[in-house]
Design a protein around this ligand. Structure first.
Ligand code: SF4
Length: 332
């Protein structure tokens, strides 16, 4: 998952104005990060501006999420786009709980031992999708290394439940890497999502510090394998920039994704969830994002989203329509 949080609008003191921040009274969200040194918070540049949440339509979306006891990555990751997305009733559901078995240096999702799976969840998610009347839905999850299949069968059940309740809704999934879970990917692909997204998150040289529990080649191969299993499924992957990567490393990563036949790349600015998370090394300028976009199209991606506020699921519905049109144009 690419879960990026923006605390830069908020009071930098811990627990002030941030309901998801670590409270001294509660268990820390990130016990493994407690002993890390604190990083300075860089002042946000003018080009990172977001719509504040709180409109009536935003509140309606929030009500449906709460009524169905659903978890969203929009809230758990403190996504900066929540005001804009929820206003349009676009929420990204996070299945299999709110606790992750990995501890990536960029991510705000709680780390720990997850609860057992909720077998009612596929029905609940499907009902919420139907109530929201979504044309396109994005489903993601925490990493569930504790489960024998990494949660693959649960993912498949959620896809099937949404298909049954809302046959016209297109389904995009943003999955974990199913590392050391043989056969898991095949189960998910057999449920036939419209878009299979798995984020590389960063360039290979940064994996040990940014995404230590994952393996770059494994993630790349996962995406390639989706296309080998079912070439009709669109594949998508995203990275964050501003973590200290070099421009050439990003261009190499684009080539790697194209070699794996990935259709859609997303590139967005990394924003640090807290001082204990990986530092923002720099803010990449809008011009640099534009340049990445132009290069990615030349390299053959069907779709590219490269802006400071690009997130995996941002504008996913509109982007899916464009993706489909781009494939039709290419084939036609
Ligand atoms: S960009 Fe994705 S995670 Fe962020 S608010 Fe929109 S739907 Fe939610």
């Amino acid at each position: 998952m690419a879960l990026v949080l923006d605390l830069l609008n908020r009071d930098p003191r811990p627990n002030i104005g941030n309901p998801k921040a670590e409270s001294p009274a509660a268990l820390p969200r990130h016990p493994e990060k407690q002993k890390r040194p604190e990083n300075p918070i860089l002042r946000k540049p003018d080009w990172i501006r977001v719509k504040a949440p709180g409109s009536p339509k935003w509140a309606e979306t929030q009500k449906i999420v709460k009524q169905n006891s659903l978890v969203t990555v929009c809230e758990e990751a403190g996504c900066p786009n929540i005001g804009e997305c929820w206003e349009k009733k676009h929420a990204t559901f996070m299945i299999m709980g709110d606790t992750c078995t990995r501890a990536c240096a960029f991510c705000n999702v709680k780390t720990g031992v997850p609860e057992p799976l909720d077998h009612e969840e596929p029905r609940k998610v499907a009902e919420a999708v139907a109530k929201l009347g979504l044309e396109h839905v994005v489903i993601t999850s925490v990493d569930r290394d504790d489960l024998a299949d990494g949660g693959a069968e649960h993912f498949a059940q959620v896809i099937r439940a949404i298909r049954a309740a809302s046959p016209g809704t297109t389904i995009e999934i943003l999955t974990p890497d199913f590392l050391r879970k043989p056969g898991a990917l095949e189960v998910v692909v057999a449920a036939r999502p419209d878009v299979f997204n798995h984020n590389l998150e960063t360039v290979p040289g940064k994996y040990l510090t940014v995404r230590p529990g994952a393996r770059y080649f494994h993630s790349l191969r996962l995406l390639q394998r989706v296309k080998e299993l079912d070439s009709s499924i669109f594949t998508k992957s995203g990275i964050m920039v501003g973590l200290g990567e070099e421009r050439n490393e990003v261009l190499q990563l684009m080539d790697d994704l194209r070699s794996a036949d990935v259709d859609f790349i997303t590139i967005g600015q990394y924003l640090a969830p807290s001082r204990k998370h990986h530092a923002v090394i720099r803010f990449v300028t809008p011009e640099e994002f534009k340049s990445f976009e132009a290069i990615a199209y030349v390299k053959g991606f069907l779709m590219v989203s490269s802006t400071p506020l690009t997130r995996s699921s941002h504008h996913a519905g509109e982007d899916f329509a464009r993706l489909r049109a781009a494939r039709a144009a290419k084939l036609g």
